[in-house]
Write a protein that binds this ligand. Structure first.
Ligand code: AMP
Ligand code: MG
Length: 401
């Protein structure tokens, strides 16, 4: 673990997050677009939607059984002549003759004149007849039109985050598409000469580019539309070109890598020269952070270590992105530590933890390269900056991942 003290000029997590939020809050989108029903899950409904039709659409049977008049089965057992059979999907407009029964399937129209359905379980079929063993009262197993929702009534309210249950109701009234708010559009730009995309064979010194994919996933999971994921070598001209494309296509750009104190810090070199704020935040992991505006578009620059990138996203970007997308805030909880913890003085530390019944356990050490271990975590453990040691059993704040 690094024990470097925070530099005197380091911003606090709250300060830096405040700056990020100040830059991103104006991105609140009010534009409305249509989403097909297959793409509507997780989107936010932009307008009240009223039912264009009644549900049920027509009077139909709630059971496989026999449509009758209740008065015909008031004394049982009773044998009635069978006047017909109606399957689901048939128009079923022939009226029920007096004193007769019509066999109906679930969802089939109820013949005019019938007022209840006797479930098939309570009957015995004869030759052109049916014997009803148990009587029913008017209305039994008859689904009347409009008893679920009436045409013109409010079905789902504007602002609703569309879950499967909302989509089920909206699909049931036959809507082909829904008005939803456009999502914030983000571009991801990774940097590093050592990085290669999945599918290529690693040569000595190379690693796979995981931050591009990971940031794309993190953004998508938080209500953001990812318009591009690009990579640039540690070459200022190449980076400038990629950055201009990213800023030209998105509301916000996320970069990874190139912001530390090494010799080839392309992101910092290009953006600090163009007015970006680059410096240390009193946090571990994710200390070096950058914040810039390129062609009017905010650019958040995260350090490249994979855990640093993910934690930077969780701590600085995710809260405001969820707010912009109308998503519920990240869940936080107070739980008992199952392990003892050491933490650097003057830096807020976010450790990876896994919740158990009786508390939270560490999944790895604090190293910001331990991305495989992070897959086992379900929370970040938030250790305040003034704390240097915590015994097992201490209560800590955890942020749900
Ligand atoms: P940097 O912030 O560019 O100095 O990178 C810090 C560490 O993170 C180095 O070990 C890089 O190889 C690694 N790294 C940077 N970018 C990525 C990326 N996109 N995917 C995976 N690892 C990365
Ligand atoms: Mg790099």
């Amino acid at each position: 673990m690094s024990t470097r003290p925070a530099t005197a000029s380091a911003r606090s997590v709250e300060e830096h997050r405040g700056r990020v939020e100040q830059l991103l809050r104006p991105l609140a989108v009010r534009d409305i677009e249509d989403a097909g029903m297959g793409e509507a899950l997780g989107r936010r409904l932009a307008e009240d939607v009223r039912a264009p039709v009644d549900l049920p659409v027509f009077r139909n049977s709630g059971m496989d059984g026999y449509a009758v008049r209740a008065e015909s089965v008031s004394v049982t057992p009773v044998t009635l002549p069978l006047a017909g059979v109606v399957a689901a999907g048939q128009p079923g407009q022939a009226p029920l003759p007096d004193g007769a029964a019509v066999k109906v399937m679930t969802g089939a129209p109820i013949p005019p004149g019938a007022d209840c359905v006797v479930p098939v379980e309570d009957t015995r079929a004869g030759d052109g007849t049916v014997t009803v063993e148990r009587g029913r009262t008017a209305g039994d197993f008859v689904r009347e039109p409009g008893t679920d929702v009436r045409a013109g009534d409010l079905l789902v309210r504007a602002g609703t985050l569309l879950a499967p249950r909302h989509i089920a109701a909206l699909a049931a009234v036959g809507l082909p598409a829904l008005p939803v708010f456009r999502r914030v559009r983000a571009a991801v730009l990774t940097t590093g000469d050592e990085l290669v995309p999945a599918g290529e064979t690693l040569r000595p010194g190379q690693i796979y580019n995981s931050n591009g994919i990971a940031l794309g996933a993190a953004l998508a999971a938080n209500g953001v539309e990812v318009v591009s994921v690009e990579h640039s070598r540690d070459d200022p001209a190449e980076f400038r070109g990629a950055l201009a494309r990213a800023a030209g296509s998105a509301d916000v750009v996320f970069t990874s890598g190139g912001v530390s104190k090494g010799d080839f810090e392309v992101v910092k070199d290009v953006l600090a020269g163009a007015g970006g704020e680059f410096g240390a935040v009193a946090v571990q992991p994710g200390g070096p952070q950058g914040l810039s505006v390129v062609d009017g578009v905010p650019v958040l620059s995260f350090p490249g270590n994979p855990v640093s990138t993910m934690v930077s996203f969780e701590v600085f970007a995710r809260p405001i992105l969820r707010e912009l997308g109308g998503l519920p805030p990240v869940a936080k909880d107070d739980v008992a530590l199952l392990d003892s913890v050491r933490s650097p003085a003057g830096r807020r530390q976010f450790l990876r933890g896994r919740l158990a019944e009786d508390g939270v356990a560490l999944v790895s050490g604090p190293g910001s390269h331990l991305i495989a271990a992070m897959a086992h975590a379900d929370v970040l453990i938030d250790i305040p900056s003034e704390v240097t040691e915590l015994a097992a059993g201490s209560i800590v704040k955890v942020w749900e991942l």
